[in-house]
Design a protein around this ligand. Structure first.
Ligand SMILES: Nc1ncnc2c1ncn2[C@@H]1O[C@H](COP(=O)(O)OP(=O)(O)OP(=O)(O)O)[C@@H](O)[C@H]1O
Ligand SMILES: [Mg+2]
Length: 375
């Protein structure tokens, strides 16, 4: 008889009509509620299709507002409609040197990477520009998550390489779409690049509850068999997603609750599966939060987690830390406030102690989980 483990691995029963629909790089067929932004991008590209220069554009919006999807969609449409424009998409988190970025552009224009190791940058660059000149094509490069170039301080150089190509290769028409996910980066862009780059701005605002509902509902229909998820549970997922402001959370919850239901050999997603998915989400976000702490904050958290019995007071914890390595009370307090702000701990005034301001420290997660992620 097959074991339960085998059943889970090999069972034919599935709730997923198409599980790839929940993958992070999935491009949805229906791209909802972004007509205005798509029109704005089309307006930027239009001159290039008519033999002119594309309009440089900044695409700004919070994480998971559909910026990357929009760029892929519009580039796909351009490829179908016109032979006059070449487009290249570059993920600057992955490719952030001058050489790597132009190798990516080269690959998307020629269909293969530049041959041989040690090809000089100038050769790749020259071949790209010659191809554009010969074929009378404009070039639009999307630099996604362009903020990664600010850290390397090469944003200006790369924009210069792209936008001033016509000075060396007369007649070449080039433009860029810079994609950024934080308003702060918008200012950094102005600070980091000179006046060669004066862009149009296209804003991707966060989705409303109803928009999230429509998008997730569409994903449910594409990914699950009918009636796998009730409207009521979908609404709950939408509520939660809306409270985090991050559409990806909703898509992940759909996938994980589907997985839990399937492992349970259930024919549909039940509340307990969603609850498990939410717990899973909590511990994932705890893990991320812990990974992003500074060394001092981690040190503090380690000491707090070490106090198994009662809820320790802030004073106890300070004394332990200070014994190991002298530390000012102000920096201790700052780290403590940060942990509270990150919702890893709660603190509570007891009304006892000097001036009644003894604080108890309570861990909001179980000790084992926190310890696991601290390792
Ligand atoms: N309007 C939409 N319709 C359908 N799916 C969408 C829509 N907007 C976003 N999504 C989905 O949400 C997820 C995040 O979208 P995307 O990667 O395009 O966001 P982003 O703005 O580039 O985020 P980040 O700033 O983190 O890079 C993807 O799975 C995408 O398919
Ligand atoms: Mg993106």
């Amino acid at each position: 008889m097959p074991s339960r483990v085998e059943d889970i691995l090999m069972g034919d029963e599935t709730l997923f009509k198409d599980i790839t629909v929940f993958n992070p790089d999935f491009i949805p067929e229906n791209y909802l509620h972004r007509e205005l932004q798509m029109e704005a991008l089309a307006i930027s590209l239009r001159p290039a299709l008519k033999g002119g220069k594309p309009v440089n554009t900044v695409v700004v919006g919070s994480p998971a507002t559909g910026k990357t999807t929009a760029v892929h969609k519009i580039f796909e449409m351009v490829a179908q409609k016109s032979q006059k424009v070449a487009t290249a998409y570059v993920n600057c988190q992955l490719y952030n040197t001058r050489f790597n970025i132009f190798a990516q552009i080269y690959q998307q224009l020629f269909g293969f990477l530049p041959a041989g190791t040690g090809v000089p940058f100038s050769r790749i660059y020259g071949e790209i520009m010659k191809k554009l000149t010969n074929e009378k094509k404009a070039l639009v490069v999307a630099l996604d998550d362009v903020n990664h170039l600010f850290y390397r301080k090469n944003a200006n150089q790369i924009l210069y390489d792209i936008l001033r190509a016509h000075e060396v290769f007369p007649g070449v028409r080039t433009g860029v779409f810079c994609v950024i996910s934080d308003i702060e980066f918008r200012f950094m862009l102005d600070k980091n690049v000179s006046s060669i780059f004066i862009p149009q701005e296209v804003i991707f605002d966060t989705y409303t509850w109803q928009e999230i509902r429509d998008i997730l509902d569409d994903r449910v229909k594409a990914g699950f068999y009918p009636e796998v998820l009730s409207d009521e549970l979908l609404d709950e997922i939408v509520d939660f997603t809306n409270s985090t402001g991050d559409l990806r959370v909703g898509i992940d919850l759909l996938r994980t609750s589907g997985n839990f239901a399937e492992a349970d050999a259930s024919r549909n997603i039940e509340r307990k599966h969603l609850e498990k998915a939410l717990q899973d989400f909590d511990s994932q976000s705890l893990k991320n939060t812990i990974n992003n702490l500074t060394d001092d904050e981690r040190g503090l958290l380690e000491v707090i987690v070490g106090q198994r019995d009662d809820n320790p007071t802030a004073g106890d914890i300070y004394n332990i830390l200070n014994e190991n390595k002298p530390l000012s009370y102000a920096s201790f307090d700052r780290a403590l406030k940060k942990l509270e702000f990150m919702r890893i701990i709660d603190t509570k005034f007891t009304g006892k102690g000097k001036r009644g301001n003894t604080r108890l420290i309570m861990l909001r997660f179980n000790h084992e989980d926190v310890e696991k992620y601290l390792d």
